[in-house]
Design a protein around this ligand. Sequence first.
Ligand code: ATP
Length: 299
Amino acid sequence: LTQLWSPLHFLGFVYREIRHALADMERMFGLLRQDEEVADAPGARALSGAEATVSFDAVDFSYDGKREILQGVSFTIPAGKTLAVVGASGAGKSTLARLLFRFYDVSGGAVRVNGTDIRQLTQDSLRAHIGIVPQDTVLFNDTIWANIAYGRPEASREEVIDAARRAHIHAFVETLPDGYDTQVGERGLKLSGGEKQRVAIARALLKNPPIMIFDEATSALDSRTERAIQQELAAAASGRTTLVVAHRLSTIVDADEIVVLDAGRVIERGNHRTLVAAGGRYSALWAMQQQGEAAAADL
Ligand code: ATP
């Protein structure tokens, strides 16, 4: 029996590793295919340490080698700080997140973590340091438990529940007849956009990475859910180096730095207060969103 146990145990390990890797690639980015485009450099080293400073250094990028999507984009997110990127649809915001996770390599310049070009790091170690809360979370056809535990398959029951609590999904799960054993995904219970996002936050919290990427949902959540999610995101970002791809400015009022992207170039940067005072693109966007929210509140 022991002879059988060892290979079975190994297979179980491989299975968990594969599921883990899948979660890491965050299918929701829809980028499994592109993932094959980058490979570890010979002699790539492992990223280590609990703190991470992220910098984009004159980054150029094109998906197809023809159309420039990013041009000369530079910014630094000091360890533990939050930087938000705003800009019109198609400006290149989500592309920045994809480059940081190294779904693609830059065409010019460099993305660095703690000063090292991420092309010199092993992908596994880079990705182990990054948690992603994607725009539209796709849940796996599995239990809520497994969907959260993808963040760290070896986590204990207490750790999973703690992450769920911090993501404000635990109380909801407790109301379900099967609790954490409830099947979700296409063939199971359909969760709302907000609930799915909370599962993604719990998964990222469980992973406990020094770097977080929040790709904010473009699809509208009701304003109460949105406020709740914002609080959860703020709690999850606390103490971590965080890149927020923002679609609503109300989310990022407290960001340490805001970068305004227009057609792949940084056109403004500062914090909310200085950008509103500057009377440029950000302040126009802000005024527009305020009006939109006031109109919505009148309904
Ligand atoms: P939104 O606010 O609508 O999410 P965004 O600012 O995040 O937009 P990106 O998703 O970064 O924009 O896309 C920037 C540009 O790159 C767009 O013009 C888009 O069409 C293009 N693009 C995005 N993904 C790909 C891809 N896989 N292949 C080719 N072009 C792409």
